[in-house]
Design a protein around this ligand. Structure first.
Ligand code: NAD
Length: 328
């Protein structure tokens, strides 16, 4: 692929978007970052070309797309807290759905035909079978999942109208950090399990709370599919090649096909850090499915992608990153 491609990364100052920018840079590309820094980090932007815009700002984005002649847009920008989305649904529908419509309109009017969308396993709600296939019904159980599912539907309509070709990637639990540690997970508030367990390890929290240990799983705690952020980045790259080479609009799961319970994650953190994790058992959270494990068959067959990083790599890189982050 042409190294002069104009690749616009919306949400590129966040965890996954910034990791993808570094991944692209290592491959010789020069991504352009657009982020309103509502949740992102200016230091992740480093020497990338950067625009401090909101994706709702149609005019600025249209002008940018026209000026740069953007070839493809990656859309990582969203609010991501499920619990907050239940309390304040408008915030999520506005930022994740309505503003995405603005962004898509700017793409169409500016002449950008290719779009890669960060979707989520939350679109499945509580699936009945495992592993989860893309053809299972979208049945999200919270506004966050619905805000993403609506965008997937809009993207299907834009494809039908021959306006935009897209790939929607339904991430399972994104985790880990770039091994070179330029960037990593730093959400505020942090709701994700691995950084929260690591907070106990580095002494930032006294204990970790497990939300329920009476689920129908091997040890009673919820099972999730953890995927290393560099594996995620690689899938985005393959999705870009696929679209630019004439691939059709598609939706793919992005998971490892392996499930680990919360207690297994704790054990793995203890093994790698050689420290004890104090934990307490709390109440179940509303709407937490007992098990979420992806099938990666489709993305493997169509894009040739498979997860390379194992759980130990995820914990190891997260730990190193977490130490770096907290020593700043
Ligand atoms: N982290 C996960 O495990 C996970 C799982 C499934 C899906 N996703 C999706 O992946 C994407 C990236 O997640 P992340 O963990 O990197 O989140 P993040 O919060 O670290 O990054 C999101 C970035 O988008 C920016 N942003 C938000 N709203 C914006 C707006 N209106 N205009 C411009 N910029 C805006 C934020 O400032 C931030 O830099 C999100 O769309 C999320 O829904 C993440």
């Amino acid at each position: 692929m042409n190294k002069d491609l104009k690749i616009l990364i919306c949400g590129g100052a966040g965890y996954i978007g910034s990791t993808f920018c570094y991944y692209l840079k290592k491959k010789g590309y020069n991504p352009i970052i657009l982020d309103n820094l509502s949740k992102g980090h200016k230091e992740y932007v480093m020497d990338f070309e950067f625009y401090n815009y909101d994706i709702g700002d149609y005019t600025s984005i249209l002008n940018l797309i026209k000026k740069l002649k953007v070839d493809i847009v990656f859309h990582f920008s969203a609010f991501i807290e499920v619990g907050e989305s239940v309390k304040d649904p408008i915030k999520y529908y506005e930022n994740n759905t309505a503003k995405t419509i603005n962004l898509l309109r700017a793409c169409i009017d500016g002449g950008t035909k290719y779009f890669i969308f960060s979707s989520t396993a939350a679109v499945y709600g509580i699936p009945e079978k495992f592993p989860i296939l893309e053809e299972f019904p979208s049945n999200p159980i919270n506004p966050y999942g619905r805000s993403k599912s609506m965008v997937e539907q809009i993207l299907q309509d834009l494809d039908m109208a021959s306006l935009i070709k897209s790939v929607s990637l339904r991430y399972f639990n994104a985790s880990g950090a770039l091994p070179s540690l330029e960037t990593g997970e730093a959400h505020n508030p942090e709701t994700h399990i691995i950084p929260r367990i690591l907070d106990v390890i580095i002494g930032k929290s006294d204990y970790f709370t497990i939300y329920g240990d009476d689920y129908p799983t091997l040890d009673g705690t919820c099972i999730r599919d953890y995927i290393h952020v560099v594996d995620l980045a690689e899938a985005h790259f393959l999705a870009m090649e696929y679209l630019l080479n004439g691939g059709k609009t598609e939706i793919f799961n992005l998971g490892s096909e392996n499930g680990y319970s919360v207690k297994q994650i704790i054990e793995s953190v203890e093994k790698i850090t050689k420290k004890k994790v104090d934990f307490k058992i709390g109440k179940r959270r509303e709407g937490d499915p007992p098990i979420l494990i992806a099938s990666s068959k489709k993305i493997n067959e169509v894009l040739g992608w498979k997860a390379n990083y194992r759980l130990d790599d995820i914990i190891q890189t997260s730990y190193l990153w977490h130490q770096k982050l907290n020593n700043r």
